[in-house]
Ligand binder design. Sequence first.
Ligand code: HMG
Ligand code: MG
Length: 298
Amino acid sequence: KLPASVQIKEVGPRDGLQNEEKIVAVQDKVQWINALSQTGLTYIEVSSFVHPKWIPALADAADVFHRIRRKPGVMYTALVPNQRGLERALAADVDEVNIFLSASETHSQKNINKSISEALQTVKEVTTQSLIVGKKVRGYVSTVFGCPYEGRVELSAVERLCEELLASGVYEISLGDTIGVANPMQVESVLTHLLKHFPASAFAMHFHNTYGMALSNILTSLQAGITVFDSSCGGLGGCPYAPGASGNVATNDVVHMLHQMGIKTNINENKLFEASRFIADTLQIKLPSQVYQAGKPK
Ligand code: HMG
Ligand code: MG
């Protein structure tokens, strides 16, 4: 049985732009985020307070937060890797904090220059401090379905991280298919396993669409009881420290599929089309989203 409604968490301004060669001007980011805010989305990951040298495209995070028009009812959030990132995020008044770590050692080293256990320690400290100042914390676990450096990732490593994160007060874990290698049978078996230990409400799914399987993986996740999905306007995105990773599943494609199946999202497809066109024009790229390419909804 499928859920009656689903929450979409828009990660385009962060996951999308972190991987684009072209750096988008602050005013264009602001205009895009303001447009996304008008689509009915209730959650927008605006940027990232990582080291600006590691992700130059998001070095302007504080400025973007300062200049966006926040719509009541929309959560404006950001990635936070460590203590320094948390200070910057709190100064920008993020609505909640998104911590992240990886289930594979090599990706962890390449992405944040830390082992998994060092990252876990840092993440726990950041979580504790965020909760003390009244900010909820969402966690990402990357490379759940495969690592660009190591290949197969042990499910026991994922399970252990989920346990630690939930115990430290993280309210939701986004399970990342960082390089888009998951297939529906694998999604079913990973979720069957994890849902023996944790409630479905503890998870969101974060699929990249490298091999075109993201929508199928979302359907499988819906059937398993998941009701929160990350996606990116137009299908922008990737992880610069995960070679070969292409964009997130497109918000346009997910929303269209859900609406066609009678599942509510609260998102207006027309307004989403307009917001997508804005960023396509700004970046001067062809967006991967098939629904976007099919043209403005009737
Ligand atoms: P490091 O070089 O090991 O940092 O980087 P450090 O702790 O050794 O500090 C070195 C210097 O950086 C110090 O300054 C710090 O203050 C400064 P100094 O004393 O030398 O003057 N520093 C900072 N400055 C600003 N903001 C900060 C910060 N932290 C330290 N936050 C670090 C470690 C984690 C910072 C770095 O590796 C980093 O920023 N990595 C982020 C990489 C990234 O953003 N990757 C993409 C996001 S993850 C992803 O896309 C996956 C996801 O989408 C889910 C999925 O698809 O699976 C979420
Ligand atoms: Mg990602």
